[in-house]
Design a protein around this ligand. Structure first.
Ligand SMILES: C[S@@+](CC[C@H](N)C(=O)[O-])C[C@H]1O[C@@H](n2cnc3c(N)ncnc32)[C@H](O)[C@@H]1O
Length: 256
């Protein structure tokens, strides 16, 4: 039980709020709950200049964490259901939404989860760049990929991916760093990064792709899709663009 928690009652849904998840998390978001299609965002302190507006309420001694947890719903993408431990059923991909990005709810994550399920991953090596909670690496391992390597520049993401992989009983080799810190090439590289980061590291991503290998890149806002497409084309990987509501997924293949 925590005293002094602030709730921002928005007028939009949890899905609307999820569009801004990276910015909200950077602002100290503790959790999101939804009731009647309307989302409440939880913070330790009142925050100004958020990308989401609403009405603030100071919540006293309520167990906000239990409430937010109780309402965080599992999300289903194709044959994969991603669920928090307290709502997971047998067969679900269990992700403890700690401090690392990737509960499975964000459109950039669901786009990658859908794209992964379109591939035959059995026995294919896979690198997840910016693994966050590990959701994509773990999904890939469950789809038969191996070996699976995950990298992230955030130590919290590295420990979250390790813990989540273990909880799901799959092997993911997790390392602190980025694509440039990994040796060798992979049949599949999946990278859910923001456009600015993608523009910086695209040559490293392509360098980790085996000839004929598949690249799945997400985290690209629709407004910056052309920039990302140009960067990858310049690295020798022409891509197909799959636009979502706010974010695009880019699918490419390294020429043999
Ligand atoms: C949008 S999250 C994606 C998390 C998860 N893969 C998913 O799809 O839900 C992006 C992650 O990339 C990490 N990151 C940022 N810059 C990076 C870089 N240059 N190399 C590797 N990881 C990076 C962040 O720490 C964050 O965990």
């Amino acid at each position: 039980v925590t005293a002094g928690v602030w709730a921002l009652h928005t007028t939009g849904s949890m899905e609307d709020a999820n569009v801004h998840l990276p910015a909200l998390e950077a602002a100290g978001l503790l959790g999101i709950s939804e009731e009647g299609g309307v989302a409440t965002l939880w913070f330790a302190e009142r925050v100004d200049a958020l990308p989401v507006s609403g009405t603030w309420e100071h919540v006293g001694d309520r167990d906000w964490n239990a409430e937010a947890h109780a309402r965080l719903q599992p999300v289903r993408v194709g044959a994969i259901t991603v669920a928090p431990p307290w709502a997971a059923r047998a067969g679900d991909l269990v992700i403890d939404p700690g401090q690392a990005f990737g509960t499975g709810h964000h459109e950039t994550t669901t786009g990658c989860l859908a794209a992964l399920q379109e591939l035959d991953l059995a026995g294919r090596s896979l690198l997840d760049v910016g693994c966050g909670s590990g959701v994509l690496a773990i999904a890939a391992a469950r789809l038969g990929a191996g070996p699976v390597v995950g990298v992230d520049t955030d130590p919290l993401a590295v420990s979250a991916t390790r813990a989540n992989a273990e909880a799901n009983g799959v092997a993911v080799d997790v390392r602190l760093g980025s694509a440039a810190d990994v040796d060798g090439v992979f049949d599949v590289v999946v990278a859910n990064l923001d456009t600015a980061t993608l523009s910086r590291v695209h040559t490293d991503l392509v360098a980790r792709l085996a000839p004929g290998g598949t690249l799945i890149a997400s985290g690209i806002s629709r407004a910056r899709t052309a920039e990302a497409v140009g960067a990858l084309a310049a690295s020798g990987v022409p891509v197909l663009v799959r636009p979502g509501a706010e974010w695009a997924v880019l699918l490419g293949r390294r020429p043999v």
